[in-house]
Design a protein around this ligand. Structure first.
Ligand code: TRP
Ligand code: SF4
Length: 404
């Protein structure tokens, strides 16, 4: 696949943290499920990334991996539409990580904000390791390996996409300059025909001289349409617009996951570390119990006391799950003491349990048939490896390592 086409590729990964909760569903997974119909998608389990922080607890990783994959499948990630794989099963990621490490300045890694932040946060662990410093670079290798154009991630990962772009740029600058690149690019322009050649030249000039991003986009679109130039020429011209060499590793863009702000049982953000989650496939009785035990407006002590939904975590869940009519009913009923808190929670119980019914049913099929899950992952790993080998062949070649 050429770097021009790969702009339509989406890649994302998740560290195996075990069973997922509704925060993951409303934040990340719903987005993946939408994207899988719109793009060629690769989704993977970042098990090596888990080891960077959990190197002292290796045995818990395996069950976390399978639990998470089953949750993806249960939520509706479709192995027929997306390629699902496990990072460590595509060892090419390690080789690309190593090769990129040769040209990655140490300062770039030390300056990634998550490096110091996480060390501070996870004080009880010794994260002054080589592997942890390399966390963002391993992530860059994950992304660049598939020449992905779009990487759906949360706000906390944006700096990792940014360093990936810098690494790609540096790589292309160092290794994308074939001897005679300019002459070859000029020869390729001539092959587009007079009219397109003129248009390409003027767009390139506009971008190089005025930094006009729209001209860059138009020039890229123009190249995409060209039928009579080879893929190699197309990639040369793709890089030539920006003045550099051939684009070997295209720069990806972050596709920010819409901030779902899924509230947990206590009104804080839903998160395993706050112990306030509802699992993606939890049994209905537990879900009911969790919702019934949710804290409410502390000022509403007796049934006859009016309450204030703005001070109540239950209201936040209504904001995610309930329609306008139900929300009006809550507002009215709460403020006038017309409804009790259990009445208020009932529609939530119903809707959450109904949402989960589909997840539980699909999950059951996979829980009862681990071989099916393994075979989905085996197929995905094969497919990912094919794509990874293509990239790595070229990376080895331009880095002078293709002798055998
Ligand atoms: N670091 C990401 C996270 O913690 C996981 C991850 C690893 C990832 N490799 C990736 C995400 C590549 C996107 C692309 O969420
Ligand atoms: Fe919260 Fe609903 Fe009780 Fe009001 S009625 S305090 S919104 S649970």
């Amino acid at each position: 696949m050429s770097s021009v086409e790969s702009q339509q590729r989406v890649l994302s990964g998740m560290r195996p943290t075990g069973r997922l909760h509704l925060g993951h569903y409303h934040g990340v997974l719903k987005n993946w499920i939408k994207l899988q119909h719109e793009y060629e998608c690769f989704f993977f389990v970042a098990d090596w990334h888990a080891l960077t922080t959990h190197y002292d607890d290796p045995l818990s990783i395996e069950s976390s991996v399978w639990d998470m994959v089953i949750d993806w499948l249960a939520a509706g990630v479709n192995p027929g539409s997306a390629t699902l794989f496990i990072q460590s099963r595509v060892p090419e990621h390690a080789e690309l990580h190593l090769l990129l490490s040769m040209m990655t300045p140490l300062g770039w890694l030390e300056r990634v904000p998550s490096y110091k932040d996480q060390q501070e946060k996870l004080r009880e662990k010794d994260l002054a390791t080589y592997g942890f410093l390399g966390y963002p670079l391993l992530q860059s290798a994950d992304i660049l390996m598939y020449r992905a154009g779009l990487v759906p991630v949360g706000q906390d990962q944006v700096s990792h996409i940014e360093i990936t772009r810098e690494i790609a740029r540096r790589f292309n600058h160092l290794y994308g300059r074939e001897p005679g690149f300019e002459d070859q690019a000029e020869a390729a322009i001539a092959k587009m025909g007079k009219k397109n050649a003129k248009l390409y030249r003027s767009l390139r000039k506009r971008f190089l001289e005025q930094g006009d991003e729209a001209a860059l986009d138009t020039a890229r679109a123009l190249l995409k349409e060209q039928q009579n130039i080879s893929i190699g020429d197309r990639e040369r011209l793709y890089g030539y617009i920006e003045g550099g060499g051939k684009v070997i590793l295209p720069e990806p863009q972050a596709l920010l996951t819409p901030d779902a702000k899924m509230p947990g049982l206590d009104g804080q953000k839903m998160s395993k570390s706050y112990n306030n989650t509802i699992g993606l496939r939890e049994d209905p009785d537990t879900v009911s119990l969790k919702i019934r035990r949710m804290q409410t407006d502390p000022a509403r002590v007796r049934r006859t006391d009016p309450g204030d939904p703005d001070k109540c975590p239950v209201w936040q869940l209504h904001n995610v799950y309930s329609d306008e009519k139900t929300r009006d009913w809550v507002q009215q009923g709460c403020r006038s003491a017309g409804i009790g808190c259990l009445d208020c929670k009932k529609p939530l119980e119903d809707v959450v349990i109904a949402e989960q019914a589909g997840f539980r049913q699909r999950a059951l099929e996979y829980e009862n048939n681990p071989d099916l899950v393994r075979s989905i992952i085996n197929d995905g790993c094969e497919e990912a490896r094919d794509a990874a080998r293509d990239t790595l062949d070229e990376v080895r070649r331009v880095m002078g390592l293709s002798y055998r």
